[in-house]
Design a protein around this ligand. Structure first.
Ligand code: SF4
Length: 325
C-alpha cells in the first residue's frame, strides 16, 4: 500500500521558505527540503512577526529572576512583550485554521528552538549557563501538546527522524478519519497501524482497541477525542527495539507456516542481528515484505509496519548516535 496522505506541517519559515534569519539568510536543510513537497505547509517567523525587522541584530534568552526575557544586546531592547503578544495571536490563528499534524522548527533559536536554547543568567552574563525552549516553541508545546514537534538539528538522527515521520503520517490518517466523522474510517486506520502500534506500546494498543470496541455506545466525537488522546500517548516516544522485535515475530507468525525450515532459521538469526544492532530494521521489513508478496498475504501487505511513510523520505543518514537519540 503506498497511497499516503499529505500531512499538514507547521515549519519555521527560515527552513526553506524565506530568507528571514537575522542576517537575511535562509537555512538549507536536507530533511526540510525533502519533506516540503510531500506535505501541506504552514510557515511562521516569530521574530519577523513580532516586528524585529530584517536584517536585525540577534536576540538571546536571558533569565531575570523567575522570568525568561528575549533581549537584543546590541540595542538594549527587551522584545519579550512583543514576542508574547505575537505568539498569542499566532496560536489563536493556528487554532482557528485547519488542524495540522506536526511541527518542524529551527534548532537553537531563542524564538523557535524547541529545547536546548542557550539561556544567559542575568542581563550582563558573558556566557550561557542554562538551556530552555524558545518563546514560540514554548507557546506551541502548551497549545498543541499532542502534536509531534522537532527541530531540524535533531532530525539528523535516524531514530528521531523516523519517529517524527511515523507520527506525522499516522496523525494525518487519524485526522482524515476524524474530519470524515466516520468511525469506520478510524477502524481502518487502527487496523492498518496495529502491528506498528504494538511496537510502540502493546498496552496503549489494547486501550485504543477498547475505545473502538465501545463505539456503538458512544457519540463519534467523544470516541475520536479519546482515541486521539491515547494516540498522542502512544506516539510520545520512539518505539523500543524490544517491542519492535515482538511485533516482527507476530508478523512472521502469519508467514512462517509456508516457509522452509532454512528460511525460518534465517529470519530468526536476522532478528538476533537486529537485536544486537548489527543490521537495520529495514532488512527485516524487506524480508517480511518479500515473503508477504510471494504468499499474497493481504493483511501483512496492508500493514503500515512495512511502510509507514513514503519511500522517498527514507534516508539512512544518521548523526552517529543510532538508537541512542
Ligand atoms: S528561527 Fe524562527 S524566528 Fe528565527 S528566522 Fe527562523 S523562523 Fe524566524
Amino acid at each position: 500500500m503506498d497511497n499516503f496522505p499529505r500531512p499538514r506541517v507547521l515549519f519555521s519559515r527560515c527552513l526553506g521558505f524565506e530568507a528571514c534569519r537575522y542576517d537575511g539568510s535562509m537555512i538549507r536543510d536536507d530533511f526540510s527540503q525533502a519533506l516540503i513537497p510531500r506535505v501541506d505547509c504552514l510557515a511562521s517567523c516569530p521574530e519577523c512577526g513580532a516586528g524585529l525587522g530584517l536584517p536585525r541584530d540577534p536576540v538571546r534568552l536571558v533569565r531575570d529572576g523567575d522570568r525568561l526575557l528575549l533581549l537584543q544586546p546590541a540595542s538594549g531592547k527587551d522584545w519579550s512583550g512583543a514576542m508574547e503578544a505575537w505568539c498569542e495571536g499566532e496560536i489563536a490563528r493556528l487554532r482557528a485554521g485547519p488542524a495540522f499534524d506536526g511541527i518542524l522548527l529551527k534548532s537553537r533559536s531563542p524564538s523557535c528552538g524547541p529545547g536546548e536554547v542557550k539561556v544567559y543568567v542575568g542581563r550582563d552574563a558573558k556566557a550561557a549557563t542554562e538551556k530552555a525552549p524558545g518563546f514560540f516553541a514554548s507557546s506551541l508545546a502548551q497549545a498543541f501538546p499532542e502534536l509531534p514537534m522537532e527541530d531540524e538539528g535533531r532530525t539528523r538522527n535516524f531514530t528521531v527522524r523516523d519517529h517524527f515521520l511515523i507520527s506525522l503520517y499516522c496523525r494525518a490518517e487519524y485526522r482524515a478519519a476524524r474530519e470524515s466523522h466516520d468511525v469506520r474510517s478510524l477502524l481502518d486506520v487502527h487496523t492498518r497501524w496495529k502491528l506498528l502500534f504494538m511496537a510502540y506500546s502493546p498496552t496503549v494498543t489494547r486501550v485504543l482497541g477498547a475505545i473502538l470496541a465501545a463505539n456503538k455506545r458512544r457519540p463519534p466525537e467523544a470516541l475520536f477525542e479519546d482515541y486521539g488522546r491515547e494516540l498522542a500517548r502512544l506516539l510520545s516516544k520512539p518505539f523500543r527495539y524490544t517491542s519492535m522485535i515482538n511485533a516482527l515475530q507476530h508478523a512472521f507468525g502469519g508467514l512462517s507456516e509456508a516457509l522452509s525450515p532454512a528460511e525460518r532459521a534465517f529470519f530468526l538469526a536476522t532478528l538476533e542481528e537486529y537485536r544486537d544492532e548489527r543490521i537495520p530494521l529495514s532488512v527485516l521489513l524487506r524480508l517480511l515484505k518479500g515473503w508477504a508478496l510471494a504468499q499474497g498475504n493481504a493483511y501483512l501487505l496492508s500493514q503500515r509496519l512495512l511502510s509507514p511513510y513514503p519511500l522517498d523520505l527514507v534516508t539512512i543518514t544518521d548523526s552517529g548516535k543510532g538508537r541512542h537519540y
